[in-house]
Write a protein that binds this ligand. Structure first.
Ligand code: SF4
Ligand code: SF4
Ligand code: SF4
Length: 354
């Protein structure tokens, strides 16, 4: 008797919801199917073919990311035939670009292609190498586009168009000439790109890397520390990739609200201030047109004295307090409390007020 909504994967029966793909059902049940192009929450494209599986009765291997699970479908996710197909795909990807420099590539240790090449024990040299048609592009402050490492997997295109909805890039040209392009194939700096860096985060190889990647530690050599972006009140969740007590990279946390991995240009790239030598570490008091360092007690005492003097001369409503989305709710509460209870004014405003 037919069992509706049950699929058999590697001999095990699993329930599925109509419309789910084989890959979704497999992943939900911790069955590993390797992918390169697949991106959660984006339209599956089947571009890389790494996820091929055997489906009983089918004449060829099927891409698990695009084929819907069906009642009584019988699937195998690992076999000699599947491994052979995956090896061939990996070998072709490795030969169709500049992947000889793994040792000095910023993506090493965080590269899906490298990981799969190891898993399937790829031996180089079976196919002749093909040269990249396109030069490396670095004429912008944030992103290096190394077309010689691009697999044309399309993850960056999906991230830009479906996740960030910036529609700055797409596939261009055809066949062996395929290239990820901006409108008119201009450089990123002359395009609609807003440098959110989402494409870097989803690129499975070293084709898209931060501009300063070669000066920083590789992600695999850093320790990941969860934090909250301090640039605005959205409170995006980030991973700080830290080495020697210095932040080397920031990436969005895919598993946490409100951003689920996405960041803006400030949150992703604007962190050099953390270790900047010019950063203020002590209060400064201006005297005779020049700043001098002061203790916190002295600075707070001076502010209290000046506020009291203004209030005494002009009244409490001559004072006002402007606060910021870059501090916490609790700190904002304290600031308004200070204005109302200490200064005795309701002149309180906030940069995030609508
Ligand atoms: S992109 Fe990946 S496979 Fe290519 S050189 Fe860099 S680490 Fe190696
Ligand atoms: S940085 Fe952002 S806007 Fe620019 S191409 Fe990448 S995803 Fe699109
Ligand atoms: S740049 Fe990266 S994410 Fe974009 S298509 Fe090439 S390999 Fe894929």
């Amino acid at each position: 008797m037919n069992k509706p909504n049950i699929i058999v994967i590697n001999g095990q029966e699993y329930l599925f919801t109509p419309g789910e793909t084989i890959l979704t059902v497999a992943r939900r049940n911790n069955v590993d199917i390797p992918t390169l192009c697949h991106m959660k929450n984006a339209t599956p494209t089947g571009a890389c073919r790494m996820c091929v599986v055997e489906v009983q009765g089918a004449r060829s291997l099927m891409a698990a990311c695009t084929v819907p699970a069906g009642p009584n479908m019988v699937v195998r996710t690992e076999s000699e035939l599947i491994a052979k197909a995956r090896r061939m795909i990996i070998e072709l990807m490795l030969t169709s670009g500049n992947h000889e420099d793994c040792l000095v590539c910023p993506a090493t240790g965080d590269c899906r292609l490298q990981e799969l090449a190891y898993k399937y024990q790829i031996k180089a040299g079976r196919f002749p190498k093909t040269k990249s048609r396109y030069d490396l592009e670095a004429v912008n402050p944030f992103i290096i586009r190394n077309f010689s490492k691009c697999l044309a997997c399309g993850r960056c295109v999906q991230a830009c168009n479906e996740v960030q909805v910036n529609t700055a890039i797409d596939f261009g040209y055809r066949g062996a000439r395929t290239k990820i392009i901006t409108k008119g194939d201009r450089t990123l700096k002359d395009s609609d790109c807003v440098f959110c860096g989402e494409c870097i985060q989803v690129c499975p190889v070293g084709a898209l890397i931060p501009k300063d990647a070669y000066k920083k530690a590789r992600i695999c050599d850093t320790k990941s520390v969860r934090s909250t972006c301090t640039y605005c009140g959205v409170g995006c969740q980030v991973n700080l990739h830290v080495k020697n007590n210095e932040v080397q990279h920031i990436t969005g946390r895919g598993d946490a609200a409100p951003n689920f991995g996405s960041l803006c240009v400030k949150g992703r790239f604007g962190f050099d201030f953390i270790a900047a030598k010019e950063r203020l570490k002590t209060p400064l008091i201006k005297e005779n047109g020049a700043f001098r360092e002061a203790s916190w007690d002295e600075a707070i005492g001076l502010v209290a004295e000046r506020l009291s003097a203004i209030k005494a001369k002009h009244g409490a409503d001559s004072l006002g307090v402007l606060t910021s989305a870059r501090i916490s709710n609790e700190e904002n509460y304290v600031v308004q409390k200070f204005a109302r209870a200490v200064l005795k004014t309701n002149n309180v405003d906030h940069c995030a007020r609508l």
